[in-house]
Structure formats: C-alpha cells, structure tokens
Design a protein around this ligand. Structure first.
Ligand SMILES: Nc1nc2c(ncn2[C@@H]2O[C@H](COP(=O)(O)OP(=O)(O)O)[C@@H](O)[C@H]2O)c(=O)[nH]1
Ligand SMILES: [Mg+2]
Length: 228
C-alpha cells in the first residue's frame, strides 16, 4: 500500500444565495482542510459577506453555473486534494475524513459520496424528486453498462479528488452536469474511482437552484457526449 504522507486539503464550497447556511458549513469544514474556498455565484444575498466573516477565501464565479464555478475552483486551490461540498447543509462535513481516506492511503484518485448507499432525506416524496431520482438512476445505469462498473450515484456534489487528476480531466460542463462529467471522465481515463456511503440531508434553507425543465436536455446531451 502506498501511503501519501502529507496532502494539503482544499475544501471548495460552491454557493449561490446561501447566506443562511454557508456560515455553518464553513465552520463545520474548517478543521478538515488547510483552506476553505467559497466560490460565490451571482448571489443576490449576503453569501459572500457571511463567508468572509467565517474566515473563508472567496472567489466569484463567471455566472454560468455550478460547473463553471467548480472548474474555476480547480484552477485556484492551493491543495493537492480537493473536497467539494455543497453550501446548503445537505452534506455532513464530519464525513470528510471518510471521504478523503481512500485518497490519502493510495487507494483512490477520486472518491464520491453515494446517496444511494448512504440514504437521502431529499431525493424522494414529490414528482420533482421522482423525476430526478429516475433520471439519475438511468444515467448511472448507462455509465455502468458502458464502462462495466457498478457505481450507485453519478450525481452527488459531495466528493474528493486529487487536484492534478481534476485538472487532467479537462472539465467542460458549466452547470450541474459537471458531476456526471467528473465521474465518466475519471473512469474513462483509467483513474481509480471509489464510492463511499454518505447521507444527503434536506437543504437547511432556501430552494434548490436546479430547474429540471431547463436542464434535462443538457443531462442527456452530456451523457451521450462523454459515453462515446
Ligand atoms: N457558485 C455557484 N454555486 C452554485 C450555483 N448553482 C448552484 N450552486 C450551489 O451548488 C450547490 C448545489 O445546488 P442545489 O441547488 O442545492 O442543488 P441540488 O442539491 O441538486 O438541489 C449549492 O451549494 C448551491 O448554492 C452557481 O451557479 N454558482
Ligand atoms: Mg442541495
């Protein structure tokens, strides 16, 4: 087993109008990272001010979406390992040690949290959730079929990845389709992907930024694009 003795950890939190929850997420993450970087979207609220008050470094995204925000973060982190965690309280910062462990002990290049293994308090109940779960299960099944793997969740925003690997993926997606792009390119390029169970909690305030009616086509398009 190859032990990586020291890896500097950068925690990246994309945030769009999350002033009510961003402070708590930063506080929860701080002990697990060498830096906490908030990528602020075109927030109309005090997300940036709250993030600064809680000691995070802030960069501004280019207004194109969460994918563009993560791509910008990848080029701005100082750590060799990146943890991506949402700003809405859906992910538990105390899961970070389990998430980074397979990378630190040389067993993975990319570790994704799985809601299908760890459960979700958010992804069920209404029609929107039904279509999201159905869509993401379909996409995961396509990835498993194409690459002969058996992952359970291709869409979670809670993940850890080596910075050099993230750069070598040459990510292109501007919106939340970046999650499936990261998963597919990791597998396709022969990097080691590991899943661990993580629970997804209900967002603690505000509403989801994803509008299925606006983004479904991009999900299908990018699925086909990175599968072939
Ligand atoms: N910087 C940035 N963050 C975003 C953008 N869109 C969403 N986010 C953040 O990405 C995370 C996931 O978004 P969310 O709306 O909760 O998606 P859901 O959990 O799939 O419903 C949250 O922390 C959002 O604040 C964006 O355009 N820019
Ligand atoms: Mg969310």
């Amino acid at each position: 087993m190859i032990m990586t003795p020291v890896m500097k950890v950068s925690i990246v939190i994309p945030a769009l109008n999350e002033e009510k929850t961003i402070g708590r997420v930063i506080d929860g993450c701080r002990r697990y990272g060498d830096e906490v970087l908030v990528v602020n979207g075109p927030s109309a609220d005090d997300t940036a001010l709250v993030a600064i008050a809680h000691g995070a470094r802030i960069i501004q995204d280019n207004g194109k979406g969460k994918g563009a925000a993560l791509r910008e973060a990848i080029n701005n982190v100082t750590g060799e390992l990146i943890v991506f965690i949402d700003a809405d309280g859906s992910h538990d910062p105390d899961d970070i040690p389990r998430l980074i462990e397979p990378i630190l002990n040389g067993k993975a290049d990319h570790v994704t949290g799985s809601r299908l293994l760890g459960g979700s308090s958010e992804l069920h109940g209404g029609f929107d959730e039904f279509f999201r779960l159905m869509g993401s299960s379909f996409i995961t099944a396509c990835i498993n079929w194409r690459y002969g793997v058996s992952i359970s969740d291709s869409q979670n925003g809670f993940r850890a990845i080596k910075t050099d690997v993230a750069k070598r993926l040459a990510l292109k997606e501007n919106i939340t389709t970046i999650e499936q792009e990261m998963i597919m390119k990791t597998i396709k390029r022969g990097f080691t992907l590991v899943e661990i169970p993580t629970h997804e909690y209900k967002r603690q305030a505000g509403a989801s930024k994803i509008r299925l009616t606006k983004v479904w086509f991009r999900y299908v398009y990018s699925l086909v694009k990175y599968l072939i």
